[in-house]
Design a protein. Sequence first.
Length: 567
Amino acid sequence: MKKFWNYIFKYKLLFFARIITISLAALSVIAFDFIMGFIVDIFANAEIHKFVPIIIASIALIIILFITEYIDGCVMSSYIKNTVNYLRTDIFSKILNKDIKDFSLDNSGKYISILYNDLKIIEDSLLNNIFQVISSFISFTISLAFLFSISPTIVIFIAIFGTLGFVIPNALSKKLVIEKNNFSNNLEDITSVTKDLFSGFEVIKGFNIGHRINTIFKNSSNAVEFSKKKCSILEAIIRGFSLSFSVTIYLGVLILGGYLMNKGEISVGTAIIIIQLSTHIVGPVKISISLINQIKSVSLIVDKIDDILSDSSSDIEELSLKKFEKNIEVKNLNFSYSDERKALNNININFEKNKKYAIVGESGSGKSTLIKLLMRYYKNYTGDILIDNKDLQKIFSYDLYKNISMIQQNVFMFDDSIKENIKLYSDYSDEEVLEICNRSGLSNLISSLPNGINSSVGENGNKLSGGEKQRIAIARSLINNTNLLILDESTSALDNETAYNLESSLLSINDLTLIVVTHKLIKNILVSYDEIIVMKDGMIIERGKFDDLIDLKGYFYSLYYLQNEKV
């Protein structure tokens, strides 16, 4: 919670400007209480000559109150907008800074829920309420000071019952904190469930399980509404206590004021002032009890956000890599997704600049895991990965991904145009994009679309085929002009002819280091690689050029002929 206060005070000028405006508004309202009392005394004492000045003062006060409220509204809206936007942007940035493994530990629906549901709860229950509590405190303090100057007895009475009004509801606040956190967790769950169910829409329709999915969603929705109901009941109980004590205070002040007026110690106008001031004491007491408990109720939600904001990589990025010059050296590399078995076991390999490498093996052999480690998707490995003799862990992220691009089997598409999905919002001209489209086999697609490269791909590329998406993924890597290109089964969705032409064009680029994970064992392609790396059970068991591996008649030989016999 402590770290979170840095965000609350991020915009100090707006924060303290708001305190000034609500203080002026409180003073203006209290001034009206005195004017009401003065007007009653003017008529009671027949002091008509004082009537015009008091009316002029009232008009001036109305104008001041209007201006103050207007400025207060502008300041408050600016403060909330800036603070929430800064907080949401910072949380989003911290989420993006996670490595792949840490990010994937939670459903992405959780992050979406935090960015929108939890921040909305914090805005309503914390940010807005803080100023209401401050406003109530200012009204309470000013009114109490004036009331004390009139009757210390009334102030003592208010202090006793006001204290009781805070103590008793406070006992329920811990329960409210727990229920508010449960509500937040249930919002996370339903966001994650909804996201997953919509993502699996084709499966739901294809297997006719809509009725079961409705039940799953209904249960999640019921959990959300049940936890919300429990929070509302607790808040209602707290409001009930605060209202009871407020009414007690109000009645007590009214009776004491009437008693003092009956004894002739105060005038009728002063009695009215006392009654009016008591409303600015009773009201803040009633509101503050509820608001303070609401503020405290979000403490666990704030702690959850604090965990994200304080989450930072333990690695120190301190090495630059202006240009990939020499090699990637992997030494004694071991990695596990879980404790049950190793995904990679004692990998040693050297990828030299401008050479071409094919990594082959059956599913689960560790091919994709190896290249993910080369891309620094996971950091909890043992051994060393060195790029130009520099520790991969310590290279600045910007430099690393400027030099290395990776095309994966499952291609993500932004809901934007083909052009933006290729250049990824960088400053490339249309001519450069079209030239890359030609190189990646997209020319026929572009010419068939009425808007060409400006055509929308739809949500995650749902207007494109799998092969077209992979061509776009290859185009986005080619336009980036990186020195080292990694393909993870990137031609799997392409027909053999297109895959052959594309892979051949990449192999012909002399100043490109190419690492390709493939299951297509096509001789005319494989003979062009400088080295074929054969993996099995997380280990490299064979390596060499195509003809050498065939002559060896080992594991690769079996894989190659088994696949080609099936064909």
